[in-house]
Ligand binder design. Structure first.
Ligand code: NDP
Length: 311
């Protein structure tokens, strides 16, 4: 049998993945193009943003492993066989990278470093009063694989951290709350809201004018999850009427963010090019290999997506 690598990666990235996977699974046959071999022999697909239809017409396909953490496109793609188990990437290295980005954003918002960068351009020497970390409340929405690490790392810097998830969960040093009923209080108490929810039918358009109205006046939004969580026009309104102070955005409805988009030049928005936590093939290839081995041994692969939930 054979493993298909179905990706939208650049050639050099695909070559890196192929080399790492061949080294980790020397007994396996890999094809990077389904035309290379017999499609009937492909029983595993390792995918990184595959082109639409790439997994159609593979009668022996039994397991799909994505190298990405977010799966909203995959669960909404009718050309991906719904009955084949789909695993997503869960890599502690990715959670570490996300924690670095979240910490940079939280520290910069807390200490006013984004404002100082603006002031430097204007040649203005304008110190702010210095607040202590324990005077700043940070809400982390989504306490999954990544959100849990992020919440703990922010708490370790001395911030008051409130974590919010769908089901009840506990995270050391984090004030955890759950379900819709708790959300208004979470939003009202936070100076900084860090979004790490998955994009699902329940969370699409999550940050709209109603949610912004529930947030503390002068709070900031850090969106590191998906662009579809934010209603762009409502965010611009919330910044214009000073309901919100700032937004740090890594993800957008359309990526790359179109050159004419208002976010690029907004004085209160910091734009990152979807780099908060990239998959690192050096650690992720071993995780893929371990899950393929589980599948070959007849065991259930880890980190399977619940398609009915959407994450
Ligand atoms: P997980 O699936 O592990 O965690 C999801 C969390 O969100 C869980 O705590 C879940 O709660 C909670 N949740 C889901 N739906 C709801 C809801 N309706 N109400 C309240 N809580 C809800 O996700 P990850 O931690 O792996 O990823 C988090 C996000 O980060 C994703 O959007 C992903 O796409 C994004 N991401 C972004 C990257 C970037 O570079 N910008 C890189 C990697 C990931 P429960 O468990 O109780 O159901």
């Amino acid at each position: 049998m054979a493993i298909l690598l179905a990706t939208s990666l650049e050639d050099d990235e695909l070559a890196q993945w192929a080399a790492l996977l061949r080294a980790a699974l020397p007994e396996e046959t890999f094809v990077t193009d389904r035309a290379e071999g017999d499609p009937d022999r492909i029983d595993v697909a390792v995918i990184s943003g595959p082109r639409r239809g790439a997994l159609q017409g593979l009668p022996s396909l039994r397991f799909i492993q994505s190298t990405w953490a977010g799966v909203e496109r995959l669960v909404n793609d009718p050309t991906i066989p719904a009955g084949v188990p789909l695993a997503r990437m869960v890599d502690p290295a990715m959670s570490d990278a996300m924690a670095e980005t979240a910490l940079w954003a939280v520290l910069s918002l807390h200490r006013g470093y984004f404002d100082y960068a603006d002031k430097q351009h204007a040649h203005q020497w304008a110190p702010h009063p210095q607040r202590r970390a324990d005077e700043v409340s940070v809400a982390v929405l989504g306490l999954g694989q990544i959100g849990t690490t992020v919440a703990q790392r922010i708490a370790a810097q001395g911030y008051r951290v409130i974590g919010w998830s769908r089901r009840e969960t506990r995270v050391p040093d984090v004030d955890t709350r759950h379900a819709d009923a708790a959300l208004p209080s979470v939003l009202a108490e936070a100076d900084i809201v860090v979004n790490l929810l998955p994009l699902t039918p329940d969370t699409r358009g999550f940050f709209d004018k109603h949610r912004f109205a529930q947030m503390r006046t002068g709070a900031s939004l850090v969106n590191l999850a998906r662009g579809g969580h934010v209603v762009d026009a409502d965010l611009l309104d919330a910044l214009a009427n000073r309901r919100l102070d700032r937004a740090v955005l890594d993800v957008f409805h359309v990526e790359p963010l179109p050159p004419a988009h208002a976010f690029w030049s907004h004085p209160k928005i910091t734009v990152l090019p979807h780099v908060a936590a990239s998959t690192d093939p050096r650690s992720a290839a071993d995780i893929v290999a371990a899950n393929v081995r589980r599948f070959r041994e007849g065991r259930e692969p880890l980190n399977l997506v619940d398609r009915s939930r959407g994450y």
